[in-house]
Design a protein around this ligand. Structure first.
Ligand code: PMT
Length: 401
């Protein structure tokens, strides 16, 4: 059932690590290829040699290692993270959970986790009071908010001699959860999604342009999340420094609104969902100077503008079964303007972000949104990272697909 799947197993330092050789055995028996990364304290609980033998791969524990020629080599955590179809951290101790929730990176397991592009599973294990503690619960909630799947600890006798909840889920239960994940279709499996992101630059002359402050983060996060949910994604982005690495996302870079519209129209007809997260310039200079306009030139005292096409508005007119989601970036009276755009552009839903909320909108790593389905009351969310906001947006869209 797991033939050809690449599973990266991260082992942190708890007594439950003694069960991981059996977990590796079950995973490889199901056909998976397993690579292992473990923390230093995990190696006190389980032998790297046992794990390397069972997984048939060297176990990665340090940032560096000595290669066959005795040279110091670097354990490439980015490669490990990208190799994996799924990463499971088992056991995940309270310490490792806390560091994952905070994005700390002081060991190879943590940097591999931060580099991983694949779904993340977490099997916590610790003493019952540690498991019950509010900080552990809130760290697990944060990690679930990132879209990770937590396999809850089970009840039973603990290493402390106490009995209760805190035992790592049995290896067979962990494998069942992984099998379930790979055999159940992902929620966006078979769907084609088109997303616009970033700003557009409207050239004035060969060196100047009219643009805006969009970083592209929101659109890229939506694309990444859709791909993780199984969609085929076409991301059409205006100028941004962001890179896209998920295999399920095809990135087309454009510069102007006209180029963005052309790229969108090429792929719109057979898509299932379109999201307009780009901050498209509403106007462009009427004339493009072929040479740099010199200081003091009379032609710069005013720039005549012409209206750009309303990309999503035009899609609203030609759409058939596509689910159309727009964004509204407002500075005041957000709900009113968002509702107007929803109707005027014939959208199925709109995401409102307003500059009235600190940390929302352009440039920030965070956003605060209200999601409005046509004909329904807005659903408001607190300030979150743009990756978390993307999960909320997709969960709302999934209600209607
Ligand atoms: O990129 P980030 O820094 O992460 O910032 C994210 C964001 C603030 C840019 C994003 O969350 C957002 O709000 N994008 C839309 C911004 C915007 O231009 O809003 P608008 O209210 O002007 O446009 C409404 C909708 O029409 C949007 O879906 C927009 O993509 C679309 N539009 C607008 C003009 C136009 N000519 N064509 C369009 O398709």
């Amino acid at each position: 059932m797991l033939r050809g799947k690449h599973i990266l197993l991260g082992i942190s330092g708890g007594i439950a690590a003694y069960k991981t050789p059996y977990l590796v055995r079950l995973l490889t028996k199901a056909g998976a290829k397993v690579k292992i990364v473990l923390t230093e304290s995990a190696s006190h609980f389980v032998s790297p040699l046992t794990l390397a033998t069972l997984s048939e791969h060297p176990v990665a524990a340090d940032f560096t290692f000595l290669d066959e020629q005795g040279q110091v080599s670097w354990n490439n955590h980015v490669e490990l993270g990208l190799w994996a179809d799924l990463m499971i951290i088992a056991p995940a101790t309270a310490n490792t959970l806390s560091k994952m929730a905070q994005g700390q990176s002081d060991n190879l397991l943590l940097v591999s986790y931060l580099s991983a592009k694949c779904p993340i599973f977490i099997a916590p294990a610790m003493d019952l009071d540690m498991y019950k503690h509010p900080t552990t619960k809130s760290n697990l909630k944060v990690l679930e908010g990132y879209g990770h799947i937590v396999i809850p600890a089970e009840k039973g006798l603990l290493a402390s001699g106490l009995s209760g909840e805190g035992r790592m889920a049995e290896p067979q239960h962990i494998v069942d959860a992984i099998l379930d994940f790979f055999t159940k279709p992902l929620p966006l499996h078979g769907k084609k999604v088109v997303i616009t992101a970033g700003p557009t630059y409207e050239p004035i002359d060969p060196v100047r342009f009219i643009g805006n402050r969009s970083s592209g983060l929101m659109g890229f996060a939506l694309a990444e999340q859709a791909a993780q949910m199984g969609a085929k994604v076409i991301l059409i982005s205006g100028p941004t420094h962001l890179e896209q690495t998920h295999a399920g996302v095809l990135l087309t870079r454009v510069e102007t609104a006209l180029q963005m519209q052309e790229a969108v129209l090429e792929v719109f007809s057979d898509c299932d969902v379109f999201i307009g997260a780009a901050a498209v310039a509403d106007y462009r200079p009427k004339e493009l100077a072929t040479q740099k306009i010199k200081k003091g030139a009379t032609s710069i005292s005013s720039i005549a503008l012409v209206e750009n096409p309303d990309i999503i508005g035009d899609l609203g007119r030609i759409k058939k079964n596509q689910f159309l989601v727009g964004f509204a970036l407002e500075s005041h009276d957000g709900l009113k303007y968002a509702q107007d755009k929803l109707k005027k552009k014939n959208l199925d839903a709109i995401v409102l972000n307003t500059l009235e909320h600190q940390g929302a909108g352009f440039g920030y790593e965070t956003n605060q949104i209200s999601f409005i389905h046509i004909g329904q009351s807005p659903v408001s969310f607190p300030l979150k990272s743009k990756s978390e906001v993307a999960i909320d947006i997709w969960n709302e869209i999934l209600k209607k697909l």
